[in-house]
Design a protein around this ligand. Structure first.
Ligand SMILES: Cc1ncc(COP(=O)(O)O)c(C=O)c1O
Length: 403
């Protein structure tokens, strides 16, 4: 099998509800993003994550520059996901209190006055690891309960990390999408609040808040960058992360940016949807076994689908070796490039980019993306070594080596 498969997203673009999509962008406009960042910054240990330059790698593969935003440093949780979960919980609590999030801080949300007004709240979620850890962290920080459910095959270490945040957590016997349906049923039966990073009919507000929560990282990026990127490679599970980044950057910069989506073969719902070329996305099912656990989702978030089908250029799906190569490249930098510890889902876009820049089999793709010595390429390392055993197996012991 090929290491990469790709499809031109625009070739299939059907823009029936384009006005609606453009109107939806206002949720990610700078004034909205400022509200999100202001709330996050009320956390007493808030710190920006670094944006690294990989100049030696850029000259090796023949582009102008490569920047990597390293979210492994986010809130000491080794992944970006907490930004969404904590903002959604903050917005939910603010709504319950009849208050505006703009005037609430972490400190006030934690206060006994708030507990007296709201009583005990339990937040429930499905996760591959990172989102649930963020929700568990946020619930604990703010003095609430969390119940987190993980799909079959989830790493024990990721389960333990969630339990360490004081949440009830278990690994189910179902895949990701079925676990989402299960937790939504549990929430209904028990009066728990679902904090899920994807939407479905009748459940739209909280997923939007989660997507807005992610924008703090991209606001930091534009402040850290000197020039607009020409290309941005974004990993997709349900697409909420990529949708939020695309929605913000599309409005922030006047020049056009080429957005590329990256998924694993085993859970390539965006690739399959673009291949199908219809207005509605398609879903993929089954076990979705992949080391890119954060991307093992077979059903796109409809909000994200609308954004991504309007603003992205290409969808790539890749095999496990490509993600593993990305981890090794980032963990073993050239010359004075910074070392970046990237997990499987964090490194997949760098692995894809390296493959298409260095493997003549993908010259057509490289040319169609106009990746050349004038390109400024941006990546987001969305997680660090969230599964340390697998990280070592790959980076130290050469598991999933490129053949
Ligand atoms: C590390 C990591 N990267 C990327 C993603 C993809 O985010 P989304 O599901 O919003 O597409 C996830 C999702 O859990 C993740 O954990």
């Amino acid at each position: 099998m090929d290491k990469l498969m790709w499809v031109d997203n625009q070739q299939y673009l059907l823009q029936k509800n384009i006005e609606q999509t453009i109107a939806f962008l206002h949720n990610f406009a700078p004034d909205q993003v400022n509200r999100v960042t202001t709330f996050h910054q009320t956390y007493e240990n808030f710190k920006q994550t670094p944006l690294r330059s990989l100049n030696a790698l850029a000259s090796l593969v023949g582009v102008d520059n490569i920047k990597v935003k390293d979210e492994s440093f986010r809130f000491d949780l080794n992944a970006f996901k907490v930004l969404g979960g904590v903002y959604a919980i903050g917005r939910y609590v603010a709504q319950m209190l009849g208050r505006n999030i703009d005037e609430l801080s972490f400190k006030e949300l934690k206060s006994s006055k708030v507990k007296e007004q709201l009583g005990d709240l339990t937040f429930i979620s499905t996760t591959d690891g990172n989102h649930g850890r963020g929700v568990a962290w946020a619930a604990r920080e703010l003095g609430f309960q969390a119940r987190i459910y993980m799909p079959a095959g989830s790493a024990e270490e990721r389960l333990q990390n969630i339990k360490n945040e004081g949440a009830y957590a278990e690994i189910t016997t179902m895949n990701y999408d079925d676990t989402v349906r299960y937790t939504s049923q549990l929430a209904k039966e028990n009066g728990w609040v679902i904090i899920q990073d994807t939407m479905w009919e009748g459940y739209e507000e909280i997923p939007l808040w989660i997507m807005q929560g992610y924008t703090t990282l991209v606001k930091e990026i534009v402040e850290q960058l000197e020039n607009a990127p020409t290309h941005v490679f974004l990993q997709a599970g349900v697409g909420s992360f990529a949708g939020a980044i695309v929605a913000f950057l599309t409005q922030y910069y006047e020049q056009e940016i080429t957005f590329v989506l990256v998924e694993p073969y085993a859970a390539n719902c965006f690739y399959e949807s673009f291949k199908e070329g219809t207005e509605q996305f398609v879903t993929v099912g089954g076990e979705m076994q992949t080391i890119m656990a954060g991307l093992a989702c077979g059903e796109p978030n409809p909000l994200a689908w609308d954004l991504l089908k309007t603003y992205t250029k290409v969808s790539i799906c890749c095999d496990e070796e490509v993600a593993a190569t990305g981890m090794r490249i980032l963990g073993n930098p050239l010359a004075t490039d910074a070392r970046i510890i990237a997990g499987e889902s964090g490194a997949a876009p760098v692995g894809c980019f390296y493959e298409l820049m260095t493997n003549s089999q993908y010259t057509e793709l490289k040319d169609s993306l106009q990746l050349d010595k004038s390109s400024r390429v941006l990546f987001i390392n969305t997680e660090g070594d969230t599964d340390i055993e697998n990280y070592r197996n790959i980076v130290w012991h050469g598991k999933y080596a490129k053949m």
